[in-house]
Design a protein around this ligand. Structure first.
Ligand code: FAD
Length: 461
């Protein structure tokens, strides 16, 4: 990387609407933090972009000096690619406008918006965009990787609701990608990650959603996990699309509805969300409760955006995290045994194994319709190792890798790039399956020199 001299740096700074930070800036250390404390990087420059012009200027500046480029939405990605050592972080987190056209059911979203910001804006109009389950996650990274959550069964992946995107290209152009304009780029953006340019606006279709959903937790002792997972497989995976339940195996957090004696014990949790008729949701929840003998339940009607924040305290930034993921078209007896065995050996109080249910509308879309290719996946597993002290790195990472390896024979192939760590670059081709060749072709056109390579990288050559 060439270094700009002070005069050139001043010129660049003066051209920006947002602040330019360097390691000497007072807020540098705060702003450079990412969600995953394992990624502790120190960019030479951070541009806190206010608008599209700042993004364009930053990209041109980075190209001129051949700097490493990291692009940051809300900084949640497990791989920590939203920052870099010594290059420039193009930080979009101050670009947080959301515009809702309720009549047209269209939502125009800037790339620094979090899922909570989006939910708050759409809820005012009785609308929703299907995204993920944690309100502080960024819409940008989530959408570019695929995006799934409580509403995926009913409305599909987040990318299935994307209708267009404004993109600043690596070469300094601005293009709009949609089904009609730049359709290859539009296809690639729907799952291909941050490989093709910097998105400065996401345009979504939104869907009507009732004021209240039925949501909450059913908590059972881990001893019942095998039986609960088998009933889950038989009775939940094919249930009405308005109903969703995810399985989490972990140590019980100190939740107020759990007896103190349960706190810290190993449990299996069914986290559920029903977005249809509340009474039908209650009947469905009662059926799930009867899967075993719960040690605590907390289910009731609430606004959807409130439920979206339920897991925020357990997923706060600043901890050390390491993830491993597989997709499944079915949960075999063998797979259930493997998952429960590893849950019995959880290496720490914050580690968990979860199964997120996506079976439904996402499976009705053709594999080659979007870059996200895993249209046969019904369940996504995430092995989520999470801990505080660097001294636990070894035991937590080893546990996650061992469970990943043991479950590989039962997985259905492909992988969710948004759950992949920074040591999984070799898995990218497999993750994209038959869509990889087309992704490479789009990459060759929009980023032939792989300037945007801090991502789950699709190499142009
Ligand atoms: C606590 C937590 C909960 C999660 N829950 C879910 C969930 O329920 N469902 C789900 O699908 N995923 C979930 N995820 C994964 C999430 O989708 C990814 O971490 C995603 O990358 C986060 O987006 P971000 O903008 O916050 O990330 P960042 O780390 O800011 O960005 C990730 C990458 O995306 C690219 N990028 C970001 N913005 C742009 C842009 N505007 N243009 C081009 N490239 C860009 C860059 O390559 C960057 O490295 C969760 C993650 C966390 C940490």
């Amino acid at each position: 990387m060439q270094q700009p001299d002070p005069e050139q740096l001043k010129q660049f700074e003066d051209s920006l609407s947002g602040p330019l930070l360097t390691p000497e800036s007072a807020d540098y250390d705060e702003v450079r933090q990412l969600w995953n404390a394992m990624a502790d990087k120190r960019p030479a420059y951070i541009v806190r972009c206010q608008d599209r012009a700042d993004v364009l200027a930053s990209l041109n500046f980075a190209n001129h000096y051949q700097m490493e480029i990291a692009v940051r939405g809300a900084g949640h990605n497990i791989a920590g690619n939203a920052s870099c050592d010594g290059g420039i972080m193009i930080d979009l987190s101050l670009m947080t406008d959301v515009e809702v056209d309720a009549g047209a059911r269209r939502v125009y979203v800037q790339p620094g918006v979090t899922l909570g910001g989006l939910d708050a804006a759409t809820a005012k109009h009785g609308l929703v965009v299907p995204t993920g389950i944690n309100s502080t996650t960024g819409i940008a990274g989530l959408t570019l990787g695929g995006g799934f959550g409580w509403l995926t069964r009913r409305f599909g992946m987040t990318v299935d609701s994307l209708v267009g995107a404004e993109v600043v290209t690596v070469e300094g152009g601005i293009v709009y990608a949609s089904a009609d304009e730049e359709p290859d780029l539009f296809w690639a953006l729907r799952g291909g990650g941050g490989n093709f340019g910097i998105v400065t606006r996401f345009d979504f279709e939104a869907y009507p959603l009732a004021d209240q959903v039925l949501a909450g937790l059913l908590v059972f002792p881990l001893e019942q996990a095998e039986s609960i997972l088998k009933q889950y497989r038989e009775q939940v995976i094919d249930s009405p699309l308005e109903c969703n339940a995810w399985v989490v195996m972990r140590h019980a957090p100190p939740l107020p509805f759990l007896e103190e004696s349960v706190h810290g014990t190993k449990v299996v949790i069914l986290a559920l969300c029903c977005t249809g008729d509340i009474e039908e949701g209650k009947a469905w929840a009662a059926k799930l409760e009867a899967f075993g003998s719960p040690v605590g339940t907390h289910v009731g009607p609430m606004p959807f955006d409130q439920w979206q924040q339920a897991f925020d305290p357990l997923l706060a930034p600043g901890a050390r995290n390491y993830w491993k993921t597989h997709n499944f078209t079915e949960l075999s007896d063998e797979m259930i045994t493997v998952a429960v065995d590893f849950a019995e050996q959880l290496p720490g109080p914050e580690c968990e194994v979860f199964f997120g249910l996506i079976a439904g509308k996402a499976n009705t879309v053709a594999t080659d319709a979007t870059a996200w290719p895993c249209r046969d996946a019904k369940v996504v597993m995430n092995v989520h190792a999470r801990w505080q002290e660097p001294t636990h790195d070894g035991s937590c990472i080893d546990w996650a890798r061992a469970l990943f390896r043991a479950s590989e024979p039962y997985a259905s192939g492909g992988a969710y790039v948004n759950f992949m760590t920074d040591d999984e670059g070799g898995r990218v081709e497999d993750a994209y399956r038959e869509n990889y060749a087309r992704l490479k072709a789009v990459k060759r056109r929009f980023d032939p020199h792989n300037r945007l390579h801090l991502n789950q990288n699709i190499q142009p050559d």
